[in-house]
Write a protein that binds this ligand. Structure first.
Ligand code: NDP
Ligand code: 2IT
Length: 444
């Protein structure tokens, strides 16, 4: 970093302890040095300064009663990062690790990601440090209802449209949306990821994982590779990981390992996805339970073991910073040729540099996992039209969006003399969309 360094130093000073936020900002500002040289007017217009300060940060108390009758208090967040190209849009995360830094980091990334989709979507993120693990259905519902008694006043189909993320799937969206309707007396598309019976879109639940694979298949094919006959490891076993695995298998790849936050299941025959779905989506058990169905599989009791399993392609689909430099070294040593980030910011900066230096194909999160929010945008369109598209129609549009993202950011990396560096391509392409719209709308 050179010209933008003083700005970065001010961001550090203002957000001293927000490690994840600073990580996201520094990665993006690093990529934007070459843009400043071409567009000095963005400095004069304060575009970079504005981008690193969210438009609005909402923090609130969430009070609810557990099954034992005890009062519980959590903290809720919604970061409305940027509305320059459309209404705020981004997921809600329920996980004990949630804090302001992670929320701001994800909202910042979301603004650039949403710009890549070509849809008119601004960026936001929300969540709570509530831990859904081990909670009864009643507790989940009461928590979601309480969370919404504050959040409802900040969102709306034309203002801010939340969706799912870690710990938030169709069940939680249903409870939150139900409360939103009750409080506002409005029935509209203020959430995406809704159930099919009340305005959801086909393909939304599969979209992030499928989109990741559409992006990767295009990327691989353009570099003489393919999922067909490849060994693939996928971290996580939630919404993104499961649907990525489903698509990898349908494209002819062999998924040899999946994980959760306790450990890794390795099955050299290829993971039995029906069993994983039964364990994770129906019974909500730990991934170790896979051994009850397939005794010949191996279980490693630490999640990072996944990066030591030889593979051609690795898809980190669990959480931020789950893949560090040591993991990257292991992957490359064992022959891994491509990384596709399904999770948000799963690779550390050092890991990313190692992949780029070692000519491993590297698809950054904000491009590779944009399929989820893109399909959310398609759900909003269907809600506005009060019509539903078929599975194939949505799937086709999703694929088209992912391939376009690949082409646009690849082209952008060429224009800025770093051909094939998709980290740079994605950061610059997304930034230019936001920056142009920001300048056009004046200094506000
Ligand atoms: P889920 O809650 O459905 O699944 C998360 C999975 O990751 C679980 O299997 C969880 O295991 C696992 N996990 C969490 N922390 C760790 C860890 N430290 N090590 C190993 N595994 C871990 O969430 P999603 O699948 O929706 O989200 C996964 C990632 O994808 C997140 O980064 C999210 O931001 C990103 N994303 C999600 C989108 C979506 O549409 N849902 C869209 C774009 C990005 P356990 O059950 O043990 O907690
Ligand atoms: O990180 C993400 O892109 C998501 N969790 C999906 C956001 C959305 O609004 O669909």
């Amino acid at each position: 970093m050179d010209i933008l360094k003083p700005l970065y130093e001010r961001v550090v000073e203002k957000n001293m302890h927000e490690v994840e936020y600073l990580q996201a900002v520094s990665e993006v500002l690093d990529s934007l040095e070459c843009v400043v040289r071409k567009h000095p007017e963005f400095i004069e217009q304060g575009v970079f300064e504005r981008l690193v300060e969210p438009e609005r940060q909402i923090m609130f108390r969430v009070t609810w009663v557990d099954d034992q009758g005890r009062v519980q208090v959590n903290r809720g967040y919604r970061i409305q990062h940027s509305s320059v190209i459309g209404p705020y849009k981004g997921g809600i995360r329920f996980h004990p690790s949630v804090n302001l830094s992670i929320m701001k980091c994800l909202a910042f990334e979301q603004t650039l990601k949403n710009a890549l989709t070509g849809l008119h979507l601004g960026g936001g993120k929300g969540g709570s440090d509530f831990d859904p693990k081990g909670k009864s259905d009643g507790e989940i519902m009461r928590f979601c209802q309480s969370f919404m008694t504050e959040l409802y006043r900040h969102i709306g189909s034309e203002t801010d449209i939340p969706a799912g993320d870690i710990g938030v799937g169709m069940r939680e969206i249903g409870y939150m949306y139900g409360t939103y309707k009750k409080l506002t007396n409005e029935v509209n598309g203020a959430f995406t990821g809704k159930g099919l019976s009340y305005g959801g879109s086909l393909v939304r639940k599969e979209a992030t994982g499928y989109g990741l694979c559409y992006f990767m298949e295009e990327y691989l094919n353009n570099n003489g590779l393919s999922f067909t006959d490849s060994r693939v490891v996928i971290s996580g076993s939630g919404n993104v990981a499961i649907h990525a695995a489903e698509k990898v298998i349908s494209l002819g790849g062999r998924v040899v390992a999946l994980s959760d936050s306790n450990g890794v299941i390795r099955d050299e025959k290829g993971i039995d996805l029906d069993v994983i779905k039964e364990i994770k989506l129906v019974k909500r058990e730990r991934i170790k339970a896979y051994l009850n169905y397939h005794q010949e599989a191996t279980y490693y009791d630490y999640p990072k073991a996944i990066w030591s399993i030889p593979c051609d392609i690795a898809l980190p689909c669990a959480t931020q910073n789950e893949l560090d430099l040591d993991d990257a070294i292991n992957l490359v040593k064992n022959g891994c040729k491509a990384i596709g980030e399904g999770a948000n910011m799963p690779s550390t900066r050092e890991a990313i540099h190692y992949f780029l230096d070692n000519k491993v194909l590297f698809a950054p999160a904000k491009a590779a996992n944009a399929g989820g929010v893109a399909c959310g945008g398609l759900e909003m369109t269907q809600n506005s039209m009060r019509l539903n598209w078929s599975f194939n129609e949505v799937d086709h549009k999703l694929k088209e969006i992912m391939i376009n993202i690949y082409r646009n950011i690849t082209e952008c990396s060429k224009e800025f003399d770093e051909e094939g560096n998709l980290v740079l391509g994605a950061n610059i392409y997304g930034f230019l969309k936001v920056a142009d719209a920001m300048v056009a709308q004046g200094i506000i």
